[in-house]
Design a protein around this ligand. Structure first.
Ligand SMILES: Cc1cc2nc3c(=O)[nH]c(=O)nc-3n(C[C@H](O)[C@H](O)[C@H](O)COP(=O)(O)OP(=O)(O)OC[C@H]3O[C@@H](n4cnc5c(N)ncnc54)[C@H](O)[C@@H]3O)c2cc1C
Length: 481
């Protein structure tokens, strides 16, 4: 979806949204449908962000309690909003005429009860953009924000930059929705740690902490748990890199909790069964930053046929081998161990045999524990994939309240400034409760805060209908309205 170029304009809108992904487009369309004139600024050549790279799984914890139990360090207020507003997010998407399936329980995938639906992300993005434009607003691509404008502590819009120059956009409310800081290796070093500096990124390439920098420039506080992130284990090496068409094909998703993860000495180092993203964290902290994923044909067939594992149907060892990653397949565990020895792994056979013995003898006494998927790895052929972590988005970020107000160090809302989506931090800590639904829900929360100020007087409504806004110059943005 292309926008119009920004040039040297002075503009005024009811709501300025920075970032045209799941959170930003949800906020923009919600406000526009209520009559607000909205401008979306998107850094990429098209809107959609990571949302359009995703599988379109709109899921959330079933109840706030389910999330609290798995996520004791997360902000309970933010978690409650996600659980309680999930159904209304599904209804909102459906109300736009976008295909969304009926929500179904998906408890076995996470360590807590969740509910999920699939929706057509691309249609959603297109529909949101047309709602914004039909209401007299703009969706501007290939543009970014140079700085926020503020006066007496109130954010009053931003200075926007694109290839054509700078534009000043005044707005009573600005929503930051730039999708996290996963693409910035310096911020990853600062907040996550040295081990994250070279980590592969599995996200849209634009989300590099711009919102976080803008927010802190006007006094915003950062959330707790800045070191947490969401990601997957993916095969290693990937000689041709990791590109968006590989994002779903290469991630091990629900296979890693059913497999064994061994370090270079053939030892387990985490309870693999709890959550696939925790497996990625644990691998990232190993001295080598890599591990060996070992499983048998039972796990492979489950994943290939999708039995009991949601919507991911993939022969993952085969796909990894096609990309040149380290994959070994053999009729015996000794054969797997021999292959893995070439990549520097010792005692692999012993590691699997020990696991099999313990899981039969006394599964509850295992170290590390194995909470679920207590199945022996015995069905040949066996396979092993060498894996590395890949980050999708950061859990730490801008601190907000339950209404999406950006908070300062004293916990007070910064007037005029809201934030939503992966930009926001603190809601997830030990558990991940979904990114798309969370972003949609907080995008709508933010739009609802912005709406009272966006109530447009009748004479102004007529100007909006004519595509001309008060205080607006005569540049491209008006032409594009
Ligand atoms: C492969 C993949 C699969 C996924 N699958 C799922 C799934 O099935 N279910 C689920 O819940 N989640 C999934 N996710 C995560 C989900 O996509 C994200 O959590 C969600 O998109 C976050 O929404 P957001 O609006 O915060 O960020 P995004 O959707 O990433 O949008 C952020 C936008 O901000 C823009 N931006 C960045 N900086 C600037 C700037 N300075 N100025 C203007 N614009 C800027 C970016 O270009 C981008 O368009 C997946 C992610 C990936 C990558």
């Amino acid at each position: 979806v292309e926008g119009e170029p920004v040039s040297d304009n002075q503009l005024a809108v009811d709501l300025l949204v920075i970032g045209g992904g799941m959170a930003g487009m949800s906020a923009a369309a919600y406000a526009a449908r209520e009559g607000a004139v909205v401008m979306v600024i998107e850094k990429g050549q098209a809107i959609g962000g990571s949302a359009v790279l995703s599988g379109g799984g709109l899921w959330a914890p079933t109840t706030p309690e389910a999330l609290w139990e798995a996520n004791p360090g997360g902000d309970p207020g933010l978690g409650r909003v996600i659980a309680e507003r999930y159904r209304s997010a599904v209804d909102w998407i459906r109300s736009l005429g976008v295909t969304v399936s009926d929500p179904m329980p998906m408890g076995h995938i996470q360590s807590f009860d969740c509910v999920g639906a699939m929706f057509d992300v691309l249609s959603y993005m297109r529909r949101c953009a047309s709602i914004v434009e039909d209401a007299g607003g703009w969706v501007i691509t290939s543009a970014t924000v140079q700085s926020l404008m503020s006066s007496d502590g109130r954010v009053e819009g931003a200075v926007i930059r694109d290839a054509g120059g700078l534009a000043t956009v005044r707005a009573p409310w600005t929503i930051l929705a730039t999708g996290g800081f996963q693409n910035d290796s310096d911020l990853r070093r600062t907040f996550i740690g040295e081990h994250a500096v070279d980590m592969i990124v599995r996200s849209n390439p634009q989300s590099s902490g711009d919102g976080l920098r803008l927010a802190t420039s006007v006094g915003a506080a950062l959330s707790a748990h800045m070191d947490r992130w969401y990601g997957h284990t993916i095969p290693w090496p990937l000689p041709n890199g990791l590109h968006p068409p590989d994002y779903i094909r290469m991630a091990q998703y629900f296979m890693s909790p059913r497999s064994l993860l061994l370090d270079s000495l053939g030892r387990r180092f985490i309870d693999e069964s709890v959550a696939y993203y925790m497996n990625a964290w644990a691998v990232s902290r190993l001295p080598t930053g890599r591990a060996l994923l070992v499983a048998d044909d039972h796990v492979r067939q489950e994943d290939a046929t999708g039995q009991g594992i949601g919507s991911e149907y993939m022969d993952r060892p085969l796909e990894a081998a096609k990309e040149g990653a380290h994959v070994v397949e053999a009729p015996t565990l000794a054969g797997i161990a021999e292959g893995a020895a070439e990549w520097g792994y010792r005692d692999v056979e012993r590691g699997v045999v020990e696991f099999n013995e313990r899981v039969v003898a006394d599964p509850s006494a295992m170290t590390p524990p194995r909470w679920r998927n207590r199945r022996v790895i015995t069905e040949p052929p066996f396979f092993a994939i060498e894996v590395q972590p890949a980050i999708t988005f950061t859990f730490g970020g801008i601190r907000i309240d339950e209404s999406a107000h950006v908070l300062d160090e004293q916990g007070r809302p910064i007037p005029g400034l809201l934030a939503a989506g992966a930009e926001v931090g603190g809601m997830y800590h030990e558990a991940y409760g979904g990114g798309l639904a969370m972003s949609c829900i907080f995008g709508i929360q933010a739009a609802q805060v912005a709406l009272p100020a966006a109530a447009v007087p009748e004479d102004q409504q007529q100007r909006h209908a004519a595509g001309v806004s008060q205080d607006v110059g005569t540049g491209h943005l008006n032409d594009g309205g």
